[in-house]
Design a protein around this ligand. Structure first.
Ligand code: C2E
Ligand code: CA
Ligand code: CA
Length: 764
């Protein structure tokens, strides 16, 4: 029902929100931790990269310093070597002599090949190139001379500021980083002082100048030693993004003279590079896991909600018919009552009770009963509106809530009558291949804004239903306060009947004049039964019980038989009627038969047979004069034991009549199986005779059937001569009805028999 859905939706949403939030929190936490790890890794990697880079730079600086150091040592070494070489040369005093000396000439070769310098010059005091003198060297010197000039100057300054030169101390030297021939170079200069001794007076000095390019072999050596990957030299800092540039600065000016560029070894970046895919994969896994969990959560929540809705539906619906049950009906009713807005607005509750459903169930089994209930639901559902609520309370009880029936009018009663008409139509059941005819009674209670509590309205509908059922089925009764009175009255009747029967239990009452107690007395009336012939001979009587009540007057059995059946008092009541009737009949002037009605529960009593026989013995009535009338309901739902009882009773000569034939579910096959002597056609069919074609057809068919089976037939409720004539023509054997006599007190009936006997002294 709609009322159930929203709350289940809220439950689902809440569960989803809280679980979803938890999952989201978990996923965010996971990703945040991952992010922190990532950031920490980046930070640590960057730090470690910076340290590594710094270290590599320091190493390069150190290597360059080593170079300078080495050049400084080497230039002094070479200088000293050449100085001694020159000292032994006599003709060193002039430039030509120097250039002419072969061993001296070899010095450049030594410097370049042995020490690996790219150039070596001996510069004369004049600043001119002394050695070597080959054109290539001359040309190169010419290029570098202006750049070397400051070196010479610096050396001179150093020399002059130094203390007097001692022979043991090395000649001062000057080593600088600078750009020569467009390449970064380390250049060293040393003055050849021993040589200069001869010329010192003239203030002239020879200088040995060597230089080595840093970009060629030196760079290879540095990168090999330091493990610099892809090291190269560049004039400008044109490094790629994965390279670093180390700026080589001129010693004198600090200006950049070139750059060493290499791909630095960055362990941090390496770790980050390794960590990124791992962390990304972990992030991806978390995300996928999160999504999978979310999907899973959604699925299980959906399943949960479906099963919850199913359970909820089951808990408020009837399993067989799928209709709302009593609980859901009550909830709908309460909300409907709350919603009834103005005085003009009215609603109605209609309680529907199937008549004779139990008989179908007992006769054809529960499967047929279930099928019938479902068919009933289909029929009623077709008659009500979409806003109306139709519920099953259990068994054969249904309820209708008609929430808006308008300010006035009795449209709701019209709906109920339609329901009664529809349910009154025959049902064709697959189970048992049967056609059954049932009916229903409806009790209605109308409510409006000013109405009482739901329970009171339900009670009123209940009271109305009670009245509908007990006042003769197949009716719709709307609640009226007077009905409450009837309930009370019925309750009183129940107590009084109990009192009455307890009293009768003591002693067998005098049949023709039973004593009247404080709650009145029971009486048996007799209605004559006639042969269906010209003279309509009186051949028997039916005993019909009455209750002569001190305040309510003469009560017909309809008022109290049902109470007796419901309360289990039908046993003593039936026995009392049988005893009274037998006693009366035994004393009649004419020995006509006496028919006594027997309730279903009576015949099922295990010693029914014994009790009947005992009464016959005690009253002296011949068993052949007794006829027991049983309704179809009582003989159909029979087990072997009841069948055997009927058989034995018949063996004693007692006749069995099938009462109210046509109102139950008798079928030919059933009739054949049963032990009875007479069919009593119900007066509802007899009353149709002459008025409706179908009544004629049914009665004719029943009479044909009885003849075929060799049974006698009594038509009940014959009120008119035309009915009598039709029945006679159709072959009915006996007639009973107001046309001949109403049920009359014993004295009257006995007197009538007496007068018949007097009129016709010969025996019948
Ligand atoms: P029933 O056995 O079908 O009895 C016939 C009923 O039809 C009687 O009603 C009778 O008064 C009524 N009747 C007879 N002829 C006519 C007629 O021409 N027109 C009309 N309209 N009605 C006619 P009554 O006496 O009120 O009994 C009603 C039912 O109560 C009986 O129906 C029977 O089922 C039950 N009953 C009566 N006495 C006893 C009894 O002692 N024991 C049991 N178990 N049931 C009884
Ligand atoms: Ca009867
Ligand atoms: Ca009857």
């Amino acid at each position: 029902m709609p009322a159930a859905e929203p709350s289940s939706l809220i439950v689902q949403k809440t569960a989803w929100t809280s679980s979803g939030a938890l999952l989201l929190l978990l996923a965010i936490s996971g990703l945040a931790i991952l992010g922190l790890v990532f950031l920490a890794a980046i930070w640590a990697g960057t730090q470690s990269d910076a340290v590594a880079l710094d270290r590599q730079r320091q190493l390069v600086t150190g290597r360059l310093r080593d170079q300078v150091q080495r050049v400084s040592q080497e230039v002094q070494l070479i200088g000293a070597g050449y100085a001694s070489l020159l000292r032994t040369d006599t003709a060193f005093s002039d430039r030509d002599a120097i250039s002419g000396n072969r061993s001296v000439e070899a010095f450049a070769h030594v410097a370049t090949t042995v020490f690996g310098y790219n150039a070596a010059f001996l510069v004369a005091p004049s600043g001119e190139l002394a050695l070597p003198t080959d054109p290539e060297s001359v040309r190169r010197f010419k290029w570098v001379r202006p750049l070397l000039q400051p070196l010479i100057r610096d050396l001179e300054t150093k020399r002059k500021s130094a203390p007097e030169h001692a022979p043991s101390t090395p000649e001062p030297s000057q080593v600088e980083l600078l750009r020569l021939e467009g390449r970064p170079s380390v250049a060293g200069i040393v003055s050849l002082s021993d040589v200069a001794l001869a010329d010192r007076s003239r203030g002239n000095q020879y200088y040995l100048i060597v230089f080595r390019f840093l970009d060629g072999d030196t760079l290879d050596e540095i990168s090999r030693e330091q493990g610099l990957a892809a090291a190269r030299y560049a004039r400008t800092a044109d490094q790629e993004h994965n390279e670093v540039a180390y700026q080589i600065e001129a010693t004198a000016t600090g200006e950049p003279i070139g750059f060493i560029i290499w791909e630095p070894d960055l362990p941090g970046s390496r770790v980050i590079g390794w960590l990124v895919p791992v962390l990304s994969a972990a992030g991806l896994v978390i995300a996928v896991l999160f999504l999978a969990l979310v999907a899973r959560l959604r699925r299980s929540l959906r399943e949960l909600s479906v099963s919850e809705q199913h359970a909820r539906h089951l808990s408020v619906h009837d399993v067989l018919t799928g209709l709302p049950n009593r609980a859901l009906f009550a909830a709908s009713f309460e909300s409907c009552l709350a919603a009834v807005g103005s005085d003009n607005d009215r609603g109605a509750i209609a309680l529907v009770d199937l008549d004779r459903f139990k008989e179908v169930n007992d006769t054809y089994g529960h499967a047929a009963g279930d099928e019938l209930l479902q068919a009933v639901v289909v029929r009623i559902s077709a008659l009500i509106g979409t806003r109306d609520v139709f519920a099953r309370f259990g068994g054969d009880e249904f309820a209708l809530l008609l929430p808006a029936i308008g300010a006035s009018g009795d449209g709701h009663l019209g709906i109920c009558r339609n329901v009664i008409d529809s349910i009154g139509q025959p049902f064709k059941l697959q189970t048992g291949d049967a056609v059954v005819q049932i009916g229903c009674s409806i009790g209605v209670a109308v409510f409006n804004e000013a109405s009482h509590a739901p329970s009171e309205i339900m009670r009123r509908a209940d009271v109305a239903l009670y009245d509908a059922k007990h006042g003769g089925r197949g009716r719709v009764i709307e609640y009226h306060p007077s009905l409450d009175h009837r309930i009370v009255e019925r309750e009183n009747l129940k107590n009084e009947l109990r009192f009455l029967l307890e009293e009768h239990d003591e002693e067998l009452p005098v049949a023709d004049d039973p004593p009247a107690g404080p709650v009145g007395r029971l009486e048996v009336f007799y209605q004559s039964i006639h042969r269906c012939n010209e003279s309509a001979d009186l051949v028997g009587a039916e005993a019909l019980v009455r209750w002569r009540h001190p305040t309510l007057g003469l009560l017909a059995p309809d008022r109290f038989i049902e109470i007796a059946e419901e309360t289990g008092m039908i046993g003593p009541l039936g026995e009392w009627v049988l005893r009274s009737a037998a006693l009366a009949a035994a004393s009649w002037a004419i020995e006509v038969s006496i028919a006594v009605n027997v309730s279903p529960s009576q015949i099922r009593h295990h010693d029914f047979e014994a009790r009947v026989l005992k009464i016959l013995r005690e009253t002296g009535l011949s068993p052949s004069r007794l006829e027991l009338e049983l309704t179809e309901a009582s003989v159909f739902d029979v087990d072997e034991q009841v069948q055997a009882t009927l058989r034995r009773l018949r063996l004693h000569g007692i006749k069995i009549a099938l009462d109210d034939f046509g109102t139950g579910f008798s079928s030919l096959s059933h009739l054949l199986q049963l032990n009875f002597d007479r069919i009593k056609i119900d007066r509802s069919f007899v009353s149709l005779l002459g008025s409706k074609a179908e009544g004629t057809a049914i009665v004719s068919a029943v009479l044909d059937l009885s003849r075929t089976l060799g049974k006698e037939t009594t038509a009940e409720g014959v009120e008119t001569e035309s009915q009598r004539d039709f029945l006679a023509a159709a072959g009915c054997s006996h007639l009973q009805g107001y046309l001949f006599s109403r049920p009359v007190p014993l004295a009257e009936f006995a007197a009538r028999l007496q007068s018949i006997r007097s009129d016709r002294p010969t025996a019948i």
